[in-house]
Design a protein around this ligand. Structure first.
Ligand code: PGA
Length: 252
């Protein structure tokens, strides 16, 4: 059985003081056994301080990005070993904001996945189509292309540990989430793409999240779909009360 995973992507929000306060409030609001894996992904600048708050709690530390080299002349980048050193357990890879605004390619994403696994960080791989791609009926082809590129260099053992977030770009930060049934359809597409390359046993282990305007009100409608094993939450993860309610909705 797959353990649900709910991750909060704080994006470029929160000073250190604000991040610490949010993490404290979240740990106070969550029950001792939240019934799901709970991850928060603060900005790099707050990782250390939030990590200190999370020690001895059930909430795991995540990062929003990483670079694929371990060290060297890469001004402004953060290495997998630096994240590992801070107690980071999960790392978001290939978020659509990085793919579109920062011009990350499918090949970059593949390198980052490899680097994450090498440093024993668990990647949350983001895939998803744009509005024009959906309107053209290309959503399955786009996600298949993203998965083909990302998964090509990985071993079956690595893929089995992967979390894949289906995040249609048009649903991110817009307040217009996907229809839960459509999200479930895309989760099934993702799992069958994994099965085609790595076999059914691996595909059954991969956890698939939905992300895109998930909030405390609509979370259950996604989390109760067959084949959706969690949520990647942006805006609603910035309020402890809302994020705790989403975690609660993930309980099986
Ligand atoms: P959102 O962001 O919940 O604010 O739509 C989701 C994400 O980008 O991961």
């Amino acid at each position: 059985m797959r353990i649900p995973i709910v991750a909060g992507n704080w994006k470029m929000n929160k000073t250190v003081g604000e991040a610490v306060a949010l993490a404290k409030e979240l740990t106070e609001r969550l029950p001792a056994d939240p019934g799901a894996e709970v991850v928060v992904c603060p900005p790099f600048t707050a990782l250390y301080s939030v990590g200190q708050i999370l020690v001895g709690t059930t909430v795991l530390l995540g990062a929003q990005n990483l670079f694929w080299e371990e060290h060297g002349a890469f001004t402004g980048e953060v290495s997998p070993l630096m994240l590992q050193d801070l107690g980071v357990r999960y790392v978001i890879v290939g978020h659509s904001e990085r793919r579109t605004i920062l011009r990350e390619t499918d090949e970059d994403v593949a390198r980052k996945l490899m680097a994450a696994f090498k440093a024993r960080l668990s990647p949350i791989l983001c895939v998803g189509e744009s509005l024009s791609e959906r309107e053209a009926g290309q959503e399955e082809a786009v996600v298949a292309r993203q998965l083909t590129a990302a998964l090509a260099p990985l071993s079956a053992a690595a893929v089995a540990q992967l979390v894949i977030a289906y995040e249609p770009i048009w649903a991110i930060g817009t307040g217009h989430s996907a229809a839960p049934q459509d999200a479930a359809t895309m989760a099934a597409v993702i799992r069958s793409e994994v099965a085609a390359r790595f076999g059914n046993a691996v595909a059954e282990k991969v956890r698939v999240q939905y992300g895109g305007s998930v909030n405390a009100q609509n979370a259950a409608s996604f989390l109760h779909q067959d084949g959706i094993d969690g949520a990647l939450v942006g805006g609603a993860s910035l309020k402890a009360v809302d994020f705790a309610a989403i975690v609660q909705a993930a309980r099986r």
